[in-house]
Design a protein around this ligand. Structure first.
Ligand code: CP
Ligand code: NVA
Length: 303
C-alpha cells in the first residue's frame, strides 16, 4: 500500500494534480460523475474533526460525502478524548482503523501535520491558523466559472495577512496568476511564505496600499479582520480600518472585476453591503463551490 493521498497545503502539491482536482469538482458541479459511477465513495466513511466552529466546511463536507455515496462521523472538540489530552498521533492511529479519510479543522498547523504523519488514511486540511486550502480551491473554481482560466490574471488580497491569504499565495504560484497583497504593516503574511513564492518565481507582491493593490485587478478578495482564535480585536480593527473593501475600491479595479470573500463576512468592517451585495460579488457561488471542489478533493484522496 502506498502513502495516503493527503490534502494538506497547495504548496506541497503538484500543479497538475491541483488542476485535475478542479476539473473533477467542475464535473460534479455539472451534475456528472467523472468515474461514471453514481455512488463512487459507497462504503467509505470520512471523519470530520472540528476544534473550531464552522458552517460551510462542516455542511459541504458532510453533504458532499453523502452525495458521493459515503458517510461521515462528525467529532467536536469536546466529543473526543482529544479534548482530554489523548495525543493527535494516537487519535490518528485509532481513527485510521475505523474511517477511510479524516478532515480536521484546528488551531495549530503542527497538529494537522502530526495527524497526517500518523494516519494511514488521507488527511484533509479543513483550516488551521496557518492555511485554508479547500477554500481557495473553491475560489479558483468560482473565478474560472465566471471569467475563465486564472493563469495570467491579477488578484488583489486586501486586509489581514492571515490563513486564507497564505493559501492564496500558494495558489498564485501553483496556478501562475499575479497576487498583490495589501495588508497593514502590523499584520503581514508570513515572511517565509512570501520568500517561498519569490524563490518559486511566483508573481506575488506585498505592500500596505490597498488602492495600489486593487488598481485594475481582475479580482479583489478580503476576509474577516478577526479570525477564529485572534485575541487582539481592538488593535486589529484599528490597523485594518484603511483596508475596507468599499464601492470606490471596487470601481478602481478592472471593469469586470469580481469580489470574493470566504465568509463569514462582517458587513461594515472588511466589506461594505454595497460590495458584498453588489454586481462584483460572487460570494454565494464561492460558498456553493466548497461543495463541488471538496467532492473533487475527496475523489482524489480516496480513489
Ligand atoms: N469559509 C469557511 O470555511 O466557512 P466556515 O467557517 O463556515 O466553515
Ligand atoms: N480567517 C478566517 C477564515 C474563516 C473561514 C478564520 O480563520 O477565522
Amino acid at each position: 500500500m502506498g502513502s495516503p493521498r493527503h490534502f494538506l497545503d497547495l504548496n506541497g502539491m503538484e500543479a497538475g494534480v491541483l488542476q485535475d482536482i478542479l476539473v473533477l469538482g467542475a464535473t460534479y458541479r455539472r451534475g456528472e460523475s467523472p468515474s461514471g459511477k453514481e455512488r463512487p465513495l459507497k462504503g467509505k466513511t470520512l471523519a470530520l474533526i472540528f476544534e473550531k466552529p464552522s458552517t460551510r466546511t462542516r455542511v459541504s463536507f458532510e453533504v458532499g460525502m453523502k452525495q458521493l455515496g459515503g458517510d461521515v462521523v462528525v467529532l467536536g472538540h469536546t466529543d473526543t478524548q482529544l479534548g482530554r489530552g489523548e495525543t493527535i498521533a494516537d487519535t490518528a492511529r485509532v481513527l485510521s482503523r475505523y474511517v477511510d479519510a479524516i478532515m480536521i479543522r484546528t488551531d495549530s498547523h503542527e497538529k494537522l501535520l502530526d495527524l497526517a504523519g500518523h494516519a494511514s488514511v488521507p488527511v484533509i486540511n479543513g483550516l488551521t491558523d496557518y492555511s485554508h486550502p479547500c477554500q481557495i480551491m473553491a475560489d479558483l473554481m468560482t473565478f474560472e466559472e465566471h471569467r475563465g482560466p486564472v493563469a495570467g490574471k491579477v488578484f488583489a488580497w486586501i486586509g489581514d495577512g492571515n490563513n486564507v491569504a497564505v493559501s492564496w499565495i500558494h495558489a498564485a504560484v501553483k496556478f501562475a496568476f499575479t497576487l498583490r497583497l495589501a495588508c497593514p504593516e502590523s499584520l503581514p503574511p508570513p515572511q517565509e511564505v512570501l520568500d517561498w513564492a519569490g524563490a518559486q518565481g511566483g508573481a506575488v507582491s506585498f505592500g500596505n496600499d490597498a488602492a495600489a493593490a486593487a488598481a485594475a485587478a481582475d479580482c479583489v478578495i478580503t476576509d474577516t479582520w478577526v479570525s477564529m482564535g485572534d485575541k487582539d480585536e481592538k488593535a486589529r480593527r484599528a490597523a485594518l480600518a484603511p483596508f475596507q473593501v468599499d464601492e470606490s475600491l471596487m470601481k478602481s479595479a478592472a471593469k469586470q472585476a469580481l469580489f470574493m470573500h470566504c465568509l463569514p463576512a462582517h458587513r461594515g468592517e472588511e466589506v461594505t453591503d454595497g460590495v458584498i451585495d453588489g454586481p462584483w460579488s460572487v460570494v454565494w457561488d464561492e460558498a456553493e463551490n466548497r461543495l463541488h471542489a471538496q467532492k473533487g478533493i475527496l475523489s482524489w484522496c480516496l480513489q
